[in-house]
Design a protein around this ligand. Structure first.
Ligand code: FCB
Length: 484
């Protein structure tokens, strides 16, 4: 069903290694097909019905932190429009929908008294998924820490481990009878690194010490969150967590310094959170400075506490990176060579268009002894879109989606146990520091009118998934508009 594209695109969009024919059925009847979203990026309703503030409400208020000073106050208004978005997901033939809960909507002060209205919202959302035959996949934490907890040090305070666990308990208590798939953290290396070392994401810190404290506490919370959920949920529940990852290539293959820098970067970007969960400890042989600094936060007995046998790992991949040695750049003395300098095709995020990365990362994670099932919980690409008379002809995103799915199949054909694919994202949304400009959705959102239009990539996904479900009249018209 690999329909040819009309618009000429660079060869990177069509890796020769992609299997020629893609059929949903080949992936297996149990393979989950869906798309993903996250609370702050889509919900809006930033202070509706008793929601507390989060670090993203605060960070977006700080002038100059976000492109065009945009924020997520309204976003896609998913809080009020979730039924339409779920109708569209269903009509596209998806079997699952991944979303996150907003901690400050559920617990406005981070701990203590729960907000009945917040819980009601997730109750309704879960029911709405189930009514449509969409399996809800719930991310406990997708980056929006309550401000009340940030005031107490946030991720740099070790007590965050018990705060997260309390929050997970509230979710499990209210939703555990219906939600079977749980993801503890979304991409810890990104919220810890971009938030505490690079200052690009909330809470906007730039400190190696804060980074390492937050990293250790996130790794502990990842495992403790897993234990908390397993203790409370029915035995049939499946508990996972997600990892960001990129295939890494040395700038000059064969150059010993670039090769070593690539190994150190791999330890930091791809291995840092998965290995402690497996009981292997942090990959510190490659990161001696981190080893030395981490001692401050690492207590005796922590090695045990870092372990948790997840039922699946969520693998999230967008690109590959090229690495060079950078002896002045702590903590791993390496730098990423920007794709623009390499003259390769890039997406709107400035990331290299390189769908084969997903195959290599599946192989890398599957190679761990005792690796659980892998699920692609995010994969996608931002390209400039144009809404032309009710159509979004996004050939580049469509080609990327096809190629990425093909690379997942390639890994599966080589024996990797991969159980699902979630496109990032169901709809366009607020892309953190970049605001609304990068569009990742399979569904276009007009932020003035909140009108949804399925893009050509979404129509391709629908065709691939065999989306033939009967849909409500208003969704029928949205689909038609997209298809004309
Ligand atoms: C991932 C995030 C997700 C989205 C994509 C583009 O790192 O998990 O929220 O922003 O990148």
């Amino acid at each position: 069903m690999n329909s040819p594209l009309t618009d000429p695109l660079p060869a990177a969009f069509y890796p020769a290694s992609t299997p020629a024919d893609l059929n949903r059925a080949d992936f297996g009847a149990d393979f989950r097909w869906g798309a993903a979203a996250a609370a702050y990026q889509t919900e809006g309703a930033w202070k509706t019905h008793g929601k507390g503030r989060s670090i993203w409400d605060d960070f977006t208020d700080r002038n100059g932190r976000i492109s065009r000073n945009e924020d997520g106050r309204i976003a896609c208004d998913f809080y009020h429009r979730y039924e339409t978005d779920l109708d569209l997901a269903k009509a596209m033939g998806m079997s699952a929908f991944r979303f996150s809960a907003s901690w400050a909507r559920v617990l406005p002060n981070g701990t203590g008294t729960a907000n009945r209205h917040g819980i009601d919202f997730y109750d309704r959302l879960v029911d709405a998924c189930l009514e449509r035959g969409l399996e809800p996949w719930l991310t406990v934490y997708h980056w929006d820490l309550p401000s009340a907890l940030q005031a107490r040090g946030g991720w740099t305070n070790r007590r965050v481990v018990s705060w997260l666990s309390e929050y997970a308990q509230v979710l499990a208590h209210h939703l555990g009878d219906r939600v079977q798939h749980w993801l503890v953290l979304n991409e810890p290396m990104v919220f810890v690194g971009a938030g505490h070392m690079l200052g690009l994401h909330a809470p906007g810190r730039r400190s190696l010490g804060a980074f390492l404290a937050a990293a250790h506490h996130a790794a502990l919370a990842q495992a403790e969150g897993g234990r908390t959920l397993r203790a409370l949920l029915p035995a049939s529940a499946r508990i996972g967590t997600t990892f960001s990852c990129s295939q890494l290539t040395p700038r000059n293959p064969g150059n010993a310094r670039d090769e070593a820098a690539t190994r150190r970067t791999d330890a930091l970007l791809n291995r840092f959170f998965v290995e402690p969960a497996l009981g292997l400890g942090y990959p510190l042989a490659e990161l001696p400075v981190v080893a030395w600094l981490l001692q401050r936060y690492h207590k005796s007995g922590d090695d045990q506490l870092l372990k948790f046998d997840f039922d699946f790992w969520g693998i999230q991949n967008y690109t590959r990176e090229v690495v060079r040695s950078a002896p002045w750049l702590p903590p791993h003395w390496a730098a990423l060579v920007p794709a623009k300098q390499r003259g390769v095709p890039t997406s709107d995020m400035g990331w290299e268009v390189y769908p084969e990365s997903i195959y290599h990362m599946l192989k890398q994670y599957a190679a761990y002894p005792n690796a659980p099932q892998l699920v692609i919980t995010e994969s996608g690409a931002a390209f400039p879109d144009e809404l032309r008379r009710g159509r979004v002809p996004d050939a580049a995103r469509r080609a990327y989606l096809q190629a990425a799915i093909g690379q997942v199949r390639r890994a599966q054909l080589e024996g990797v146990n991969v159980g699902g694919y979630f496109a990032w994202a169901l709809t366009d949304n607020f892309e953190w520091a970049q605001g609304y400009a990068p569009r990742f959705g399979l569904i276009h959102v007009d932020y003035e009118t909140q009108q949804r239009t399925i893009k050509d990539s979404g129509l391709w996904y629908r065709e691939f998934l065999g989306g033939t479900a009967p849909v409500a009249g208003r969704v029928e018209s949205l689909l038609k508009r997209g298809g004309e």
